[in-house]
Design a protein around this ligand. Structure first.
Ligand code: ADE
Length: 232
């Protein structure tokens, strides 16, 4: 029997899911609220983990140890690093890298974590495929792409940093949790996928519209995750 852990960093990324699920129980751990119940007939644990890689990794470990989740989905917003991905479009992760992991002075590739073989954490194929198929059905007007997420404890809002990330990692979007969720899920043998809607271009443009774009993007994403529950 599947039980899906659904993580969003901010309240607006999980609000719709929490509103639409039948909640059986809410428990607190490490400053996070774990909402257990059913979403479209699927057992789920929905949680707002807070911003950044540490919060996100802690959240995965708690979901693994205390809630026995079988799959993890990270939903939320991201900055686009691919010209094909415009505001409101959706990126489904094929893999994820931590762009701020840098042990290059000791001979490691940028992003590589000493002690681990892989540079990128590969997402679950079935979760990825289901997300893309459901997205095409429920959001037919929105462009959906499979690709690479890069994450770091940094909000990217300059063209220079954006271009450096593109040159280094060939990613499609950037945010602040996905790749640490990917690492923690992989180390716990839990299949994962990151699903992000684009809220900005990660270059400081259209900053005044960010709150509006962020809200809309987060809702697109939550709607998709919700509809995915029927297909898993
Ligand atoms: N989340 C949404 N947009 C982002 C950006 N530009 N950088 C990091 N995280 C983000």
């Amino acid at each position: 029997m599947s039980k899906i852990g659904i993580i969003g960093a901010m309240e607006l990324e999980v609000a719709t899911l929490k509103k639409n699920m039948d909640t059986d129980q809410i428990t607190k751990k490490a400053g996070m609220e774990f909402h257990e119940g059913n979403l479209k007939g699927m057992p789920v644990v929905v949680v707002q983990c807070g911003v950044g890689k540490v919060n996100a990794a802690m959240c995965v470990q708690i979901l693994a140890d205390l809630y026995d989740v079988t799959h993890i989905i990270n939903t939320g917003v991201a900055g686009s690093l691919n010209p094909v991905l415009d505001i409101g479009d959706i990126l489904v992760s094929k893999d994820a890298i931590q762009h701020d992991m840098d042990v290059t002075p000791l001979g490691y590739t940028k992003g590589q974590i000493p002690g681990l073989e892989q540079l990128a954490f590969v997402a679950d194929e079935k979760l990825c495929k289901t997300a893309v198929e459901v997205c095409k059905k429920v959001n037919p007007d929105i462009h959906v792409t499979e690709g690479r997420v890069v994450s770091g404890d940094q909000f990217i809002s300059s063209k220079e940093i954006k271009d450096a990330l593109i040159a280094e990692f060939h990613p499609d979007c950037t945010e602040m949790e996905g790749a640490s969720i990917a690492q923690a899920a992989t180390l716990n043998n839990i299949p994962y996928v990151v699903i992000r809607a684009i809220s900005d271009k990660a270059d400081g443009s259209a900053q005044e519209d960010y709150p509006t774009f962020e809200k809309k993007a987060a809702e697109h994403c939550a709607k998709l995750v919700q509809e995915m529950m029927k297909e898993l």
